[in-house]
Write a protein that binds this ligand. Sequence first.
Ligand code: AMP
Length: 505
Amino acid sequence: MTLFTDFGLAQPILKALSAEGYEKPTPIQAQTIPYAMEGRDVCGIAQTGTGKTAAFALPILHRLSETPKPRKHKSARVLVLSPTRELASQIADSFKAYGRNLRLTTEVVFGGVTISRQEKALMNGVDVLVATPGRLIDLVDRRALSLRDIEILVLDEADQMLDLGFIHALKRIVTLLPKERQSLFFSATMPKTISTLAESFLRNPAHVAVTPVATTAERVEQSVIFVQTGRKQVLLETLLRDPSIDRVLVFTRTKHGADKVVRGLDKAGIVGAAIHGNKSQPQRERALAGFRDGTCRVLVATDIAARGIDVEGVSHVINYDLPNVPESYVHRIGRTARAGATGLAISFCNDEEKAYLKDIEKLTRLKVPVMPLPEGLPAAPAASESSDPRREQSGRNGQQQRGRPAPHARGHQGHGQARSADPNADRGPKRRRGRGGKPAGNGQPQGGQPAGNQQRPAQAQRPAQGQRPAQGQRPAQAKPAGQRSEGRRGDGAQVAWLEKSPRRR
Ligand code: AMP
């Protein structure tokens, strides 16, 4: 296994990495850093969320720290080009975080804000400049910046650059750069247009690639159930009656939430264990051992605790709470699709989590099929009753996927490689949009809102679905995977519940 210490990175950088809580390099880091440290150009296929920022930032910081130079008026040693201002800011934050023990300066410039402050910031020169292409050219044209002294160029998210129409700006920028430089080029995809662009930037590059996070998502059968917080526990217990769910990882956002779920399962006579940061090492080991040997079918985990879990044969992942970091969703569901296996992931989504679901679908570029609530689902306990069953039953935009088979059973051929690291784990309750964001170590501590606190008090209580016997109703007990269990919902719509899923949307 590769470790950060294997790369020969300067001590202050390694120190910053431990402060960030990074234990081992992600696959893109393990592949890229050695080439970049040798001074080679790199052409990488990697998506956001794979840890690619550190893959280029760490060797760059190392090189700057090993070859200190006085800063030059209106110039920079490193130029990182980013398509959007959000990404540019996040990259700059990463450079600052990883370089916190070095005496280097990082500036970020992008359009849409007054240029004079940026001109001033560049006056004395900077070590690392992160820029969007348009504003960079404006600064060059105003003679506030020269690109003559750039030693290392990074072009990040090249495919987005082209999508956003930056091709001409990029072509102009490349003419302003010294020929003698190191270039690192990253793109989530590498169609012909991008590889042609890469050729114009790179010299004899090393090629690196990691499976896009989306690929993990593509090989896991997924579904989402819209459910109010107060009914999540009873929904979980109902799902767990399905014997085909033989080894299930349940994810909660908080440690408190994980304990609460396990207590609920215990009351329902279902053996489960929680694993999270507040558990002692022996407790964690016991829980994992039971999960591995099958004596404990249900392991309830927080993101950070799940990092170290590598158990084969996880049949299902259930997101009791949806993560606020979309990449975490992909890492979570990847637990059920290890080493080419296929897996099934079911997410519970309350009203507040619908925004997270949108972010997830944007990242994975997949619509998560909606599964109806199981018919006959008991109502929430009185204390946590908050649901409006009619609202729960409607899918995104109020659209229920009628009759759509639930993506429950196996039978989908996997491909590709799951990521081995989980850099987004345990980032705390703050919602993070898109990529980057605060590095893991800076995230808010876990243990924010207990899951049960998210519910709103019910305005006008209606009987929950389970209290209104529907025609032809059957017990909530699920059928083994592959068996069709068609029921009639309260509103008369035919639904297929927990049946074999032939395809995704
Ligand atoms: P990126 O793909 O660069 O946007 O990185 C995604 C997230 O992973 C960032 O928030 C980083 O803080 C985090 N990260 C990057 N590398 C590691 C690592 N080796 N271990 C843990 N977290 C990491």
